[in-house]
Design a protein around this ligand. Structure first.
Ligand SMILES: Nc1ncnc2c1ncn2[C@@H]1O[C@H](COP(=O)(O)OP(=O)(O)OP(=O)(O)O)[C@@H](O)[C@H]1O
Ligand SMILES: [Mg+2]
Length: 261
């Protein structure tokens, strides 16, 4: 991304964002609510068009790449999934393989769908309808849909928000493995800073639509940053080379206290 800025109407949301995420690495985008994480991911995959600056994919401006070609290379899992379609889990994941409107399904498409369902531990849900799943099960299905097509760029918006502790770690282990084995450029918006510390190679902190800091987790995830950006006091320690962040107190009031009754 080069000097990327975006506004919704007159409201400026992203200002002058520069970043160069790398293949084989996970870049975590963190920042408070409304700091612009989702908007940035939408600009990267071409859903939103920047008002200034550009997003380049292998040196080419993405707005000049045909939608079908872009969909082949970039997978995006939104933060909130659209109203649940009347599809089975298998059909939903298979859809991730179909980049054009030809709807031709190859043996490889079927094989990859089965393999992906298995690697995410949801094979037994294959014939269930999405509407019959728990929120966490559905999140695993949408992660499967994003990774099944072996994209060059993988964009995940809060992929672990509905998952239990074990699933959070297993899913991020899998994403880390895929990212490095297949040299995918993975960008994940995350609220959980301990997961960002454990899994990302680079962290970008957004604050009011600007990059507040960018770099390796150990240089970015500091007590000073948590105080300035999130308004919390925290302790940051390193354990076996992994940062551990303990949030202590809020030091800034955001919500108005109202007396009830
Ligand atoms: N469709 C829209 N139209 C107008 N404003 C929008 C729209 N979508 C988001 N915004 C505004 O843009 C800003 C950034 O929103 P965005 O969803 O990118 O934040 P975020 O960092 O992903 O937040 P969260 O952590 O809550 O997911 C917010 O102030 C939000 O109200
Ligand atoms: Mg968001």
């Amino acid at each position: 991304m080069r000097n990327l800025s975006f506004s919704y109407g007159a409201t400026s949301v992203l200002k002058n964002i520069n970043m160069k995420p790398l293949p084989g690495k996970i870049t975590a985008i963190i920042g408070p609510n409304a700091s612009g994480k989702t908007t940035l991911l939408k600009c990267i995959c071409g859903i939103l068009k920047p008002i200034e600056g550009s997003v380049l994919f292998e040196g080419r401006e993405i707005s000049k790449i045909r939608k079908e070609e872009l969909a082949k290379h970039i997978a995006y899992m939104p933060q909130e999934n659209p109203a649940v379609a009347f599809l089975t889990v298998f059909e939903t994941v298979l859809l991730g393989r179909l980049h054009s409107l030809s709807w031709r399904v190859s043996d490889e498409d079927l094989e990859m769908t089965l393999k992906t369902l298995e690697s995410l531990g949801i094979s037994e849900l294959s014939s269930r309808f999405l509407s019959e799943l728990s929120a966490g099960q559905r999140q695993l299905v949408y992660i499967a849909q994003a990774v099944v097509h072996q994209p060059r760029v993988l964009l995940l918006d809060e992929p672990t928000s509905n998952l239990d502790l074990q699933h959070q770690l297993e899913v991020l282990d899998l994403i880390k493995e895929l990212t490095s084995e297949m040299r995918i450029t993975t960008i994940i918006a995350l609220h959980d800073l301990n997961l960002a510390a454990k899994y990302s190679d680079e962290v970008i902190v957004l604050n009011f639509g600007r990059v507040y800091a960018a770099g390796k987790p150990e240089s970015v995830l500091s007590e000073d940053m948590l105080r300035a950006v999130y308004g919390v006091s925290a302790k940051v320690n390193a354990h076996d080379g992994v940062l551990q962040i303990t949030i202590l107190n809020s030091i800034r009031k955001r919500l108005a206290k109202k007396k009830c009754g």
